[in-house]
Design a protein around this ligand. Structure first.
Ligand code: PSU
Ligand code: MN
Length: 305
């Protein structure tokens, strides 16, 4: 019996029942990560990319207090158009949203929870949350990391933005036993750029190798997720200098304005996009598509084991 609060679309349900590949997708990237209409358009292109890779997309969100695995194009457009008016939902927010019959855009953490409830082991996103710079004082550590420590879903991402302290983010993942696998890459990618100077735990050159690691982890009874770090395609990578200048300015402005808590990440993302005159948006779209393709291949490989 599927969870009482969860609605799985027919298409996703059929695929799961038949043991076919499904890829979960988040919705904070839609409502809070990009402007309208590019957000809704990108979400639909990501879904197409997953289909082209032989898997079924299951975009995840909360609508009217129901957990949804598999959205219609109309629902995706609704989340895109409402944008930041849709509440950003992490683990702690789920109960309040359900009790109040509200709409919510799910982060990596809450998407993992819902994917797990639905029985979807592979999830594609843009970038994960992590340990913020200055966390020694602020204690701002994304709930995404805790979720990776406890919930059995593999998350395909382009690493994490250097709005975060990437070194501490990797330390945290190590402490909590989360494998960080680099796809055809020895370094942890920094979202807009392919390298961060920090090594991944292990490089994996094809999706079937990664699927075997997932199987071994969960087969051993080790709870928690995996990070599959997939660098942005070379052609769309941004120069580290230009992006670092934008990041430093965005962080300084957030500090000056006293922006904290769950508003910080969306503020920094929007600021960087404005400062790079939309170049970062193009990079963001391309890496999301690239992650969707790898996640589809991974879901197909895992379903075939
Ligand atoms: N990083 C990005 N793009 C995003 C996010 C993070 O490069 O869209 C979103 C994801 O939904 C992620 C969330 O789960 O922000 C993390 O927010 P916080 O740092 O408040 O935990
Ligand atoms: Mn935070």
């Amino acid at each position: 019996m599927i969870n009482h609060y969860l609605d799985i679309s027919h298409e996703v349900m059929d695929a799961l029942n038949e043991g076919r590949a499904v890829v979960a997708l988040e919705s904070t990237i839609i409502s809070h990560g990009m402007p309208y209409p590019q957000n809704a358009e990108t979400a639909l292109r990501v879904e197409q990319k997953i289909r082209a890779g032989g898997a079924i997309p299951a975009t995840i969100a909360i609508i009217g207090g129901r957990l949804k695995a598999g959205l219609s194009p109309k629902e995706i457009d609704y989340l895109g158009e409402k944008g930041v008016q849709v509440t950003k939902v992490s683990r702690r927010d789920l109960p309040v949203l359900l009790a109040g019959n509200r709409d919510g855009a799910t982060t990596v953490a809450s998407t993992m929870i819902i994917a797990r409830l639905a029985g979807i082991p592979v999830f594609a996103t843009g970038g994960i949350g992590g340990v913020h710079r200055g966390a020694a004082q602020t204690m701002d550590i994304s709930a995404d990391l805790q979720e990776l420590a406890r919930t059995n879903v593999a998350v395909v991402c382009a690493g994490a933005k250097s709005i975060l302290d990437l070194k501490l983010t990797l330390e945290y993942l190590e402490t909590h036993g989360v494998p960080v696998l680099g796809y055809q890459m020895d370094e942890f990618p920094a979202f807009y750029s392919r390298s961060s100077g920090l090594p991944v735990d292990c490089r994996m050159d094809d999706a079937s190798e990664i699927a075997k690691v997932m199987k071994a982890k969960w087969g051993l009874g080790l709870e928690g997720g995996l990070v599959v770090a997939n660098p942005i395609p070379e052609a769309y990578a941004m120069s580290e200098d230009s992006i670092n200048i934008a990041i430093s300015r965005a962080i300084a402005e957030a500090e000056a304005k006293g922006i904290k808590g769950k508003s910080l990440t969306p503020f920094l993302l929007a600021k960087i996009e404005a400062l790079t005159e939309g170049k970062s948006l193009q990079a963001n779209i391309q890496l999301a598509l690239n992650n969707a393709a790898l996640a589809a291949a991974l879901a197909v490989a895992y379903a075939g084991l």
